[in-house]
Design a protein around this ligand. Structure first.
Ligand code: DQQ
Length: 529
């Protein structure tokens, strides 16, 4: 199976690195193994685009070549220095014990918009080594730097102290000498290693993205960490106090494994950047395979990048919202519509006429006339994924399950349902969103088929819920309630492939559901050269 919208075949790739916009070109680097379909021999692959959708591969930008990065060039970020151009900060692995140091690389020719060649200056490389008290084998993934009015650049580096996840803060006047601040900017007990930290401001008013150096009363800050223990990306919203070099999460933002996630599916080691061309912040995330290493070796590649997403502070201020970048719509081909379709309990209605159901973009809004049939919510149900595994799409409910069946075979031997189920708690309703891979494939050999799920914090006063799913052969990437809850699933159907894949809307709850509007587009393939 091949993911067509955005993919790089051959070998394995992982974390997105150093996304940036420079001289009219978007750059994306990523962790890449040129020698195999599993993680190893890590270099920085490099691709460029003018629209974030169609890509051209260039030769790898950074590869092991110096004593300080001989064992791998690990994740990092780009900072575009005013008047000087971009600098990449990355983690070099210096020895077999996985000693990690922070290094920098600069473009050889600043007038080349493709920035094809990168050099590692001899001085100040590495520019940071783990000092006393810092765990040198858990010291990696420098962030983009931000500029403060006190004349310093600042960066974070992810780490852990025993079981406590830590983001160390370093500051520099000249981008060469870096000094560790007295305290980490933030840390949290029992969260393990913080990989790929990302720290940026979001506007309190509206969807526009902000340059990383914005501070003040108009903004909140986001601290995202990729928790190695669970392999999910968690974030908190909070207040950055620049003169104290501290970040304090809001009371409403849980700091740990129960906290907010960018995505409740397969989405890790993400990295954001500010796009000055369209004044937006965009995140990239890595979606690894859910098949076996043997399958990866057979197909010869592993790992994809999710569709880049715009990210902003949700209007209620307690979480982020994400949406595929608008450029994705340029791949939309033939459109199919369904309107005002009633779904009684047990109805499965096929959406016909889509030319390529295995490569489609589906937007749908559902409504219902009453919340009365919502099942009671048990307060012990704290884990959405467990709840989805227990109450799958076939398990009859009151208000839901209702939604779509993606990548379905004609007789429903295989399908990946994306659906909602609404419960009634004492003072509120609880909305569960699932993207359930458990029936996605008849293949039973080493596939990971999780019932990915998240709760959706949404106002149900208008008795409506919306969903968008990007279906792309082995990927179902879904955005619930305008992007408040996102779930990316990797699935490997055996029957529901190419033109044998079908799309259905369904309802298995006693409350009738109306599909108010469904728009589905066959998607053209992106140009990837
Ligand atoms: N992947 C990189 C590390 C990072 C991890 C190595 C996250 O720098 O912590 O390939 O997936």
């Amino acid at each position: 199976m091949v993911s067509k919208l955005v993919y790089w075949t051959n070998e394995s790739h992982a974390d997105p690195n150093a996304p940036m916009f420079y001289m009219g070109i978007y750059h994306l680097f990523y962790q890449y193994n040129p020698k195999g379909a599993v993680w190893g021999n890590i270099v920085w692959a490099h691709s460029v685009s003018t629209d974030l959708i169609n890509w051209k591969h260039l030769e790898p930008a950074i590869s092991p070549s110096k004593p300080f990065d001989k064992y791998g060039c690990w994740s990092g970020s780009a900072t575009v220095l005013p008047g000087k151009g971009p600098v990449i900060l990355y983690t070099g692995v210096a020895d077999e014990n996985s000693t990690q140091v922070q290094c920098h690389a600069e473009p050889k020719n600043l007038s080349d918009p493709y920035l094809r060649k990168w050099v590692k200056p001899n001085s100040f490389n590495p520019f940071l080594v783990a000092q006393q008290g810092v765990n040198g084998s858990a010291f990696r993934d420098p962030t983009t730097a931000w500029w403060s009015k006190d004349g310093h650049w600042r960066i974070l580096v992810g780490s852990r102290r025993k079981d406590r996840g830590v983001a160390y803060l370093y500051r520099s006047r000249d981008f060469l000498h870096w000094v560790k601040s007295k305290h980490p900017i933030h840390s949290s007990s029992r969260t393990g290693m913080w990989e790929c930290p990302d720290f940026y401001p979001v506007s309190l008013n509206g969807k526009e993205g902000l340059d990383i150096s914005e501070t003040g009363n108009r903004v909140k800050h986001v601290l995202k960490n990729s928790l190695d223990r669970t392999r999910f990306d968690y974030y908190t919203l909070g207040k950055y106090i620049p003169d104290k070099d501290r970040y304090v999460p809001d009371n409403s933002s849980e700091d740990g494994w129960g906290g907010l996630r960018y995505d409740y599916g397969n989405f890790y080691a993400s990295k954001s950047f500010f796009d000055p061309k369209k004044n937006r912040r965009i995140i990239w995330g890595w979606a690894n395979e859910s098949d076996s290493k043997e399958d990866d070796n057979t197909k010869g590649w592993a790992g994809i990048q999710a569709i880049p997403r715009s990210v902003w502070l949700d209007s209620r201020g307690k979480q982020l919202a994400q949406w595929p970048v608008e450029e994705l719509n340029t791949l939309r081909g033939k459109q199919v519509k369904m309107t005002n379709q009633k779904l009684q309990k047990g109805d499965y209605i096929e959406v016909k006429g889509i030319i390529s159901v295995a490569q489609a973009d589906v937007e749908v809004s559902f409504s219902f006339s009453s919340l009365a049939k919502a099942e009671p919510f048990d307060p012990r149900w704290v884990n959405a994924q467990d709840l989805c595994a227990q109450k799958g799409s076939k398990h009859q409910g009151g208000l839901g399950p209702f939604g779509i069946l993606t990548l379905a075979s004609k007789k429903l031997e295989e399908f990946t349902p994306v659906f909602f189920r609404i419960f009634k708690a004492p003072n509120k309703h609880v909305v569960l969103m699932c993207s359930d891979a458990s029936s996605s494939s008849l293949n039973v050999d080493g596939l990971y088929k999780p019932s990915f799920a998240g709760f959706v914090d949404v106002d149900l006063a208008d008795k409506k819920l919306s969903l968008r799913s990007l279906i792309d052969h082995s990927v179902v990437e879904s955005f619930g309630a305008g992007g408040r809850t996102c779930i990316l699933s990797r699935v490997y159907p055996t029957l529901a492939v190419q033109n044998q894949a079908h799309l259905f809307v369904f309802n298995n709850g006693t409350e009738p559901i109306t599909v108010e509007n469904l728009n589905a587009w066959s998607m053209k393939s992106a140009k990837i050269k």
